[in-house]
Write a protein that binds this ligand. Structure first.
Ligand code: TPP
Length: 395
């Protein structure tokens, strides 16, 4: 069908046009928890997960359950006035754990504001994520320690940061050396809505031209707040990148195994000097955009119900149970552990101290800077003028 036959934005024709490509999607675990012999496009990626054991799958299941549990706790904390805002990852656990687990210690991830599952895989403590949303922290964690940049609210901007960092990795000669602990990949997380942002096009141009070792991992969760994906594109998102000279692949983002395989392939390609890849992880935002949003204003409940049948955690559980790789005791243990982590998180979150206001100057530059030092001094002198009633001013 020529493009001119496609209906206006938001029309059923348009939706069909975008979604007709679903059969090219890489899937390894079906929604029913079956793991069929890989065929077609999935065959190419099967080699990347040949080494995945039942123990690894149990580990991925555990990660997803814990992440979903602390995400629910964070939503509850926001409702109780303990956080200013929370952006839930509900429904995107497999996309994040599968891609997060594909990363090596020397790799570097650039998240948006919703990548709690990737943060978990990178060893960022959940309390640090909550500190940011509570306003008790100006950053939250040391990016260098975790290979995980700070959360980014400015849509798409992190794709440029990632591309620049990846070009730096090239200049540090940490690409294509063949040394497994040296060669590094960079991964930029972005949403479907972000693909409409100019920054993302610039990042695609630069990374392609410089052959930068970066993976663009787009979680197509179907919605950019209230804008459906069908109003953002006339072609499936993974096809966009070929115009920039970057291969694109669509993976079932609710399938942790397929996501792991595709991200491993893309990051290995980047590390070996093969250049950038664009991954579209086809998934669904099962909750609200953030705690400030009410999705019942713009989407129908039936759509959510349909996606519940493709739940990313349920399918791994079904597979583990059916194959005998896990029993009820295991599932109960994971639930109990997740509950324990969430309970502790609640306590530590509420006890987080307010940072001293002057700490906003601390991490602006890596090295001391005279102008910043002067600004800090000026600010401290200003605050000293309120010496006796500082507490009053702050409350
Ligand atoms: C440059 C910029 N424009 C607009 C916004 C407001 N905004 C916040 S989230 C969002 C939608 C993002 O959708 P998507 O990229 O699909 O990511 P998702 O939230 O679905 O994970 C918008 C427009 C922003 N933060 N930054």
């Amino acid at each position: 069908m020529p493009d001119t036959d496609v209906g206006p934005a938001g029309s059923p024709d348009r939706a069909a046009h975008v979604d007709r490509e679903a059969d090219t999607m890489i899937q390894m675990l079906t929604p029913e928890g079956e793991r069929p012999e890989p065929t077609g496009a999935a065959l190419e990626y099967a080699a990347y997960v040949e080494d995945v054991t039942d123990d690894d799958l149990r580990g991925m299941y555990r990660d997803m359950v814990i992440v979903r549990r602390f995400d629910a706790e964070a939503t509850a904390l926001q409702r109780q006035g303990e956080l200013g805002l929370w952006a839930s990852l509900l429904g995107q656990e497999a996309a994040q754990v599968g891609s997060g687990r594909a990363l090596r210690p020397q790799d570097f991830a650039y998240p948006t504001y919703r990548e709690h599952g990737v943060a978990w895989c990178r060893g960022v403590p959940p309390t640090a994520l909550l500190g940011l949303y509570r306003g008790a922290s100006l950053g939250g964690w040391d990016p260098a320690e975790h290979g995980f940049a700070l959360y980014t609210i400015v849509i798409g901007s992190q794709t440029l940061h990632a591309t620049g960092y990846a070009m730096g990795v090239q200049r540090d000669h940490a690409v294509g050396t063949g040394e497994p602990d040296r060669d590094a990949a960079v991964i930029a997380y972005l949403g479907d809505g972000a693909t409409s942002q100019g920054d993302v096009s610039e990042a695609l141009v630069f990374s392609a031209v410089y052959n930068a070792p970066v993976v663009f991992f787009c979680q197509n969760n179907q919605w950019a707040i209230s804008e459906p994906n069908t109003r953002q594109t006339r072609v499936p998102l993974f096809k966009r990148s070929s115009g920039f000279g970057i291969p694109g692949v669509r993976v079932d983002g609710n399938d942790v195994l397929a996501t792991l395989a595709v991200t491993r392939a893309a990051t290995e390609r980047a590390r070996s000097g093969g250049g950038p890849t664009f991954v579209e992880a086809y998934t669904y935002r099962m909750g609200a955009h953030t705690t400030s949003d009410d999705p019942s204003r713009y989407r129908i409940a039936a759509e959510v119900e349909e996606w519940k049948l493709k739940d990313p955690i349920a399918r791994v559980k079904a597979y583990l149970a059916r194959s005998g790789a896990a029993d009820e005791d295991f599932f109960a243990e994971v639930e109990a552990e997740a509950k324990q982590i969430a309970t502790e998180l609640r306590v530590t979150c509420r006890a987080l101290p307010d940072p001293p206001p002057e700490s906003m100057f601390d991490d602006v530059y890596a090295e001391p800077h005279a102008v910043l030092d002067a600004e800090r001094e000026e600010y401290l002198a200003y605050r000293a003028g309120f010496a006796d009633d500082t507490e009053e001013v702050r409350t």
